[in-house]
Design a protein around this ligand. Sequence first.
Ligand SMILES: NC(=O)C1=CN([C@@H]2O[C@H](COP(=O)(O)OP(=O)(O)OC[C@H]3O[C@@H](n4cnc5c(N)ncnc54)[C@H](OP(=O)(O)O)[C@@H]3O)[C@@H](O)[C@H]2O)C=CC1
Ligand SMILES: CC(=O)C(=O)O
Ligand SMILES: [Mg+2]
Length: 531
Amino acid sequence: MALLRDPLLNKGTAFTESERAALGLRGLLPPCVLTMETQAQRVLTNLRTLPTDLEKYVALNALHDRNEALFFRVVVDNIDEIQPIIYTPTVGLACQKYGLIFQRPRGMFISSRDRGQIAELLKNWPYQAKLIVVTDGERILGLGDLGANGMGIPVGKLSLYSACAGVHPEACLPVVLDVGTNNDELLNDPYYLGLRERRLTGEAYDSFVDEFMQAARKTFPGVLIQFEDFANHSAFKLLHKYRDEACVFNDDIQGTAAVALAGLFSALRVNGGKLKDQKILFLGAGEAATGIADLVVSAMMAEGVSEADALRRNWLVDSRGLVVGGRQGLHGHKLRYAHADQAPIADFLTAIRTLKPTAIIGVAAVGGAFTPEVLKTMAELNEQPIVFALSNPTSKAECSAEDAYRYTEGRALFACGSPYDPVTLNGRSFVPRQGNNSYIFPGVGLGVIASGSKLVTDEMFMAAAHTLADCVGKDDLAQGSLYPSLPRIREVSVRIAAAVADVAFQRGLADGPAPNDVKALVQSQMYEPHY
Ligand SMILES: NC(=O)C1=CN([C@@H]2O[C@H](COP(=O)(O)OP(=O)(O)OC[C@H]3O[C@@H](n4cnc5c(N)ncnc54)[C@H](OP(=O)(O)O)[C@@H]3O)[C@@H](O)[C@H]2O)C=CC1
Ligand SMILES: CC(=O)C(=O)O
Ligand SMILES: [Mg+2]
């Protein structure tokens, strides 16, 4: 009976006659033995009768908790259909309703009440984690502070690690650091499952996170830790504090940078431009924007431009307007892009008219900010404007795919953070694809784990960006797709992982000498969902 209740071992109705006899399962299952294919078909049939995406999310979660192999089989074989349910946009809604839809816990919930005991608590995890995705829930997608409800994000990211890159589910540990929430709605929600107190701040917060970091690394030596959906003020601080001593990265800063740069490379193959000649205007000046801008600057410099010139080709608009030199209160990550000799500009459209960018990248979580006027202006300024609406979930997208194509007469080179269906305009069909770090982190994580890298470096993200861009074919570009199709994701992840592992071996970061065939090493470590 214990076997039927262990999701990592359970096969349900697929246990064979001989297994049933040997494992004490006779009488505990209906007599008919099903194949995994029939089970998967049954899952899909049931799923497709459910009226809402949230109900589908709940059903898939329940399957995940019953039978991991079947769950991942269904995800891998139907990635286009299932990813939007277990990841953005539906995972955003699932986090908002986390307390209401909660059935079984997944991952570890470490709250500020556990201070002083985190190492002890981590021992309760029954597996040897190689990969932790951790959030404190303060900036869940573009939905703000969702406190402990943010757990849906590490769970969703780790599902993609196993589905898209074959990191073994047993190696994956989702963690929420529950330091309270400042979201009054949640504090008053009878179903909220997190601590009902305001967020820990300052030294108390820092030492709590540090205790977790030390305990996690001690309990799971060599573990890769991915920071996810921390608020801006914590994200940069934590990345800089740990990146040179621990195997960590920040997905929102570094993963997003790589996927956006790959998308730019693809767009430039279509319009014939060079990266060093682009002028990029970001809506947003936070983790995603400055992460992308920093990697773009490095890539421009690799094309022979000076750092000063490369910086000058990247401009940021934040909640107070264009980031310019001399503006009061600017600090940290924005300062590199606070260009002198430019008067302040309050709004995005005027910034476009003044700066004449070749590309706009939306990462401010302001839904609809790429208005018809913005899109038309980009189309007036550029034969083929680059328009990336990367904010998540869909409600926060800067524009829809349809609007991006319609208001640029089908000339936009478009990518979106959350999925959009294909668009038909004047008889031409466009297939927009997701500029989402989900193309990057699975392969990066696999490469880091396979090589046993001690650190995760910017060079790895640069390699990942180039590799992802190389996976895009002419047929993709011809239909407006700046990324490869999702059904190819495991092949893409292998290539990214090999490129990342190569960097680890070349830089002496890996755990051992380089093998003859790095790709084979990576592939040998991949989990295949079958019985
Ligand atoms: N597609 C993908 O792979 C990814 C998408 N994202 C999405 O990007 C969005 C932002 O994430 P992240 O960068 O981490 O968040 P941050 O909080 O770090 O940054 C948000 C930025 O948006 C700015 N902003 C807020 N309101 C406005 C406004 N009205 N006009 C102009 N700028 C504004 C903020 O300004 P100020 O600095 O003044 O506060 C801030 O600079 C989210 O929706 C997230 O889902 C994030 C990571 C990956
Ligand atoms: C995709 C992602 O990481 C985000 O929207 O935060
Ligand atoms: Mg994120």
